[in-house]
Design a protein around this ligand. Structure first.
Ligand SMILES: [Mg+2]
Length: 363
């Protein structure tokens, strides 16, 4: 393949940023987030990508993946995707490897758009000018005042849906959902159990949550339990969507989940599922199965693909990642009437990494 615009340099670095408070959900607790940033240079331009993953992803990029791209044509993104997926065959593609590949793929798409001097959303083919987001946080570690304040803050910013975590202490969940609903009024309440319930618990909670007009029940049971998700989807009130998909690293995973009839809305995360390339594959599968798609986490990096994706319902405006994106990236989107839109005058995804601000967090 001719290398018309050869890739000249690839770098990867990791940064660990403490959260602004201890955080937990139904199945895990954390107090820091690691960001792995990738830069790819070609033709005098630099493409920027990132993933939220362990710093091992940066090591993997340097030791196993950079050599697959260096000297090759910056525009041959499909070929690079295939080469990177082949390269990790024996270490296992889902997980760290897919996150590393995702960051590189995002940087390649950004680079392509910058080389062509167009916004990435235009390059991908815009379906819409802006995308609604749902405010997402409401951690199980929050007291009621913080829960109330955070969710009400997003409502003030125009969000028509907000999401909270449940499932850590099931005995408290109905009361916490009541506190949240009282704080947000007519705004749609989403809940995410992160797989923290058993099937029977989840069924019972689905009925009780309906009294608080909960519209979305994410990972009521483990997302590995496709039969359980299907059971919830069939039995939950008709006003409540069952959602999952955030641990999808391959198109095959999404196909299997959709073919099982396990979700009303599929979630996909471009920082895990193969970057822009993988996210658009998930979008195509959703179109084939006639199921809406919602992006998971990392809103700044999803925006261009969400502008282009068919059947896009909304994007997740995840508290931790919004905070990090505004701390470390020039051009991170801001909420306007509960929606975000790209900077149509900026080439690529429009983000610029403020490396000097990130240096104190270098992992
Ligand atoms: Mg989730």
């Amino acid at each position: 393949m001719p290398a018309d615009v050869p890739i000249t340099r690839i770098s990867a670095s990791a940064f660990t940023i403490p959260t602004d408070a201890p955080e937990s959900d139904g199945t895990i607790a954390w107090d820091r987030t690691t960001l792995v940033v990738v830069e790819i240079e070609a033709g005098g331009k630099t493409g920027l990508g990132y993933t939220y993953a362990d710093s091992a992803a940066a090591d993997l990029i340097r030791r196993m993946l950079a050599s697959q791209l260096e000297g090759r044509d910056a525009f041959a993104i499909e070929a690079h995707s295939a080469a990177m997926n082949a390269q990790v065959r024996n270490i296992g593609r889902p997980g760290i490897a897919a996150c590393a590949i995702s960051a590189l793929d995002i940087a390649l798409w950004d680079l392509k758009a910058r080389l062509l001097d167009v916004p990435l959303a235009r390059l991908l083919g815009s379906a819409r000018e802006s995308v609604p987001v749902y405010g997402s946080g409401g951690f199980t570690s929050y007291d009621n005042a913080r829960l109330r304040g955070q969710l009400a803050g997003w409502v003030e910013e125009g969000c028509v849906f907000v999401k909270m975590k449940i499932g850590r202490e099931p005995a408290r969940d109905i009361a916490r959902v009541g506190v949240a609903k009282a704080a947000i009024g007519d705004t749609a309440l989403f809940v995410d159990a992160n797989g923290g319930y058993t099937r029977k618990q989840a069924l019972a909670f689905a009925e009780q949550f309906a009294d608080y007009d909960v519209r979305w029940f994410e990972e009521p049971v483990s997302s590995d339990d496709l039969d359980g998700l299907r059971l919830l989807r069939d039995r939950a009130p008709g006003t409540m969507d069952i959602a999952a998909g955030e641990y999808g690293y391959t198109p095959y995973y999404f196909h299997t989940m959709l073919a099982a009839g396990a979700v009303d809305v599929l979630q996909a995360d471009a920082t895990r599922c193969g970057g822009i390339t993988g996210f658009l594959r998930a979008a195509a599968l959703c179109d084939g199965f006639q199921i809406p798609l919602s992006s998971h986490c990392a809103p700044a990096i999803h925006l261009a693909a969400a502008i282009a994706a068919p059947r896009l319902a909304h994007m997740e405006w995840f508290h931790d990642h919004v905070r990090i994106e505004h701390m470390l990236f020039e051009g991170a989107p801001t909420l306007r009437n509960g929606r975000i839109s790209p900077d149509w005058s900026a080439p690529g995804h429009g983000l610029v990494f403020r490396r000097s601000d990130a240096t104190p967090y270098e992992a």
